[in-house]
Design a protein around this ligand. Structure first.
Ligand code: C2E
Ligand code: MG
Ligand code: MG
Length: 398
């Protein structure tokens, strides 16, 4: 393989490790190397390049955004690069990190303990086989520009799909989660990784969140008119909670469509909540008093403590798919899954498990006392027409 043509991204918060890695790579014949001293900068590099990286070497322990959070963002962007994880943690942590990366369906080449040795890196790099672009969910990695974002926000390009949530004891569909897609005229269907981070970085997220919420409530109003009553979840970026007038907007838009606010679930990711807990507490309290359901999403990927969770009035805890998919076989994931369930029960929160893909996942979740399952095992996200036929045919999981 012509190593000099491979594009490598190295992410580490320590300048001297970056330098050392670049030097080792150069000796091994890799000269097309970009470095980033934290996860945010690395994601910026990933978003801004025209040819994707072939290999990403990432440190696990970094302040601000650690390697675990970085992997999740990389997975959301459909990154297909070979990943090498680097860390000073013990063997067990490295193995858990490898399992997490695999659960996110990242292409993981391996894990290397620090201090980095040239042989270890060279051996892993030699296993790298450039794969054809991985089309995991049928959309492209490519993003859209800020102008396209602004032009398309209120047009037909913004498109919502819905993924059913199923009650584990009755098998009934009790609600759906709204997930955003972008129907680009030339690039085709784009996933949220292609435009949500862009909107957050360019300050247009409030406008985008409102456009998504308005569409979602309008759809829910249509369902009501057809006699379909179910919960509808919408993902809200944490910054939007502090936008002026946002609470009133949420209430009025839902009520104008005839929605009972207790059937509207607002999801916010654990990592975002923990970074902004104090700033949004007041808004979350008001929303809860109005009877909105509040869900803490991707639970397990942040580091919320019992104390913090007790203070914030969440009504639902949504366990991240990294701890659900394959938890039957993976002791590390299963431990986090079990402790999340215990925690949620003690705080009397509804427990939703995300990312169940097989019968073993479903059975394990049922045995642990999870309330609701959302995952490919029951249904993938789908457009409204498909959802209507799905609801008609659905008789429970098999
Ligand atoms: P999320 O809120 O945790 O949404 C669940 C994600 O898991 C969805 O990915 C869904 O397609 C995927 N998923 C569900 N079940 C399975 C499964 O069994 N296996 C696997 N492999 N994946 C499963 P999607 O649609 O790509 O969304 C990714 C993330 O983008 C969402 O994670 C959410 O954080 C964000 N997002 C999506 N729509 C919006 C939105 O309207 N606003 C905001 N702010 N963020 C959004
Ligand atoms: Mg969500
Ligand atoms: Mg989630």
């Amino acid at each position: 393989m012509d190593t000099s043509s491979l594009k490598v991204l190295v992410v580490d918060d320590e300048a001297f490790v970056l330098k050392l890695t670049v030097r080792i790579l150069s000796k091994l014949g890799y000269d097309n190397v970009v470095t980033a001293d934290n996860g945010v900068v690395a994601l910026g590099e990933i978003d801004n390049v025209t040819t994707p990286f072939d290999v990403i070497i990432c440190d696990l322990n970094m302040p601000e955004m650690d390697g675990i959070a970085f992997m999740r963002h990389a997975a959301d962007r459909n990154v297909s690069a070979g990943m090498i994880l680097l860390s000073g943690e013990d063997e067990r942590m490295l193995e858990t990190a490898r399992d997490l990366a695999a659960a996110h369906k990242l292409h993981i080449l391996g894990v290397i303990p620090k201090p980095l040795k040239p042989d270890a890196l060279s051996n892993l790099l030699n296993t790298f086989q450039p794969t054809a672009v991985v089309e995991k969910q049928g959309w492209h990695q490519e993003g859209i520009s800020e102008t396209e974002l602004l032009d398309g926000m209120n047009s037909d390009q913004l498109h919502l799909v819905y993924q059913p949530k199923v009650n584990i004891s009755t098998g009934e569909v009790t609600g759906v989660e709204t997930l955003a897609r972008w129907m680009h005229p030339e690039k085709g269907l784009l996933g949220p990784g292609a435009f949500i981070p862009l909107a957050e970085e360019t300050g247009h997220i409030d406008q985008l969140t409102c456009a998504i919420y308005r569409k979602a409530m309008h759809q829910a109003g249509d369902w009501l008119a057809q006699g379909i009553t179910m919960k509808i979840s919408v993902n809200i970026s944490v910054n939007s909670f502090t936008a002026p007038g946002f609470t009133d907007f949420l209430i009025e838009t839902a009520q104008n469509e005839g929605m009972d606010l207790s059937n509207v679930v607002l999801e916010v990711t654990e990592t975002q909540v923990m970074d902004n807990a104090l700033g949004i507490l007041e808004t979350l309290m008001r929303l809860r008093m109005k009877r909105f359901a509040l869900s803490i999403d991707d639970f397990g990927t942040g580091n919320a403590s019992m104390e913090q969770l007790k203070r914030i009035p969440f009504s639902e805890l949504k366990i991240d798919r990294a701890f659900v998919f394959g938890a039957a076989e993976n002791a590390g994931a299963r431990a986090i899954l079990e402790s999340s369930v215990t925690l949620a029960k003690s705080l009397k929160m509804d427990i939703v498990a995300e990312g169940a893909e097989g019968r073993e996942d479903w059975d394990l979740l049922a045995s642990l006392g999870v309330d609701t399952v959302q995952g490919f095992y029951c249904a993938k996200p789908m457009n409204n027409a498909d959802l209507m036929s799905f609801l008609e045919d659905w008789t429970g999981p098999h």
